[in-house]
Write a protein that binds this ligand. Sequence first.
Ligand SMILES: [Ca+2]
Length: 85
Amino acid sequence: MSLNSGNFPAAIANKSNSAWANGGSCNYTEFWTQYLQAGSKFTLYSQTRLGSNYRDPQLSNGAGFDGAGINFANDIASYRFTGCA
Ligand SMILES: [Ca+2]
């Protein structure tokens, strides 16, 4: 596991129906359904670096540009930042 990835703490893992990304030095944030960046994922852009597609208020109806049709509600456990400066 690199510095650009990690697991969400147990207090919030698998308990969210929304997501918002604001990577300070990375263009993309991947949200994964399993710990250690496994399972299914969707990707959001950085709010500050790209300025669009950076949040999804309802994960139950699919999420990101690569997670269409997948129910991610209460099913996000880890993350990875990509496209980093
Ligand atoms: Ca959605």
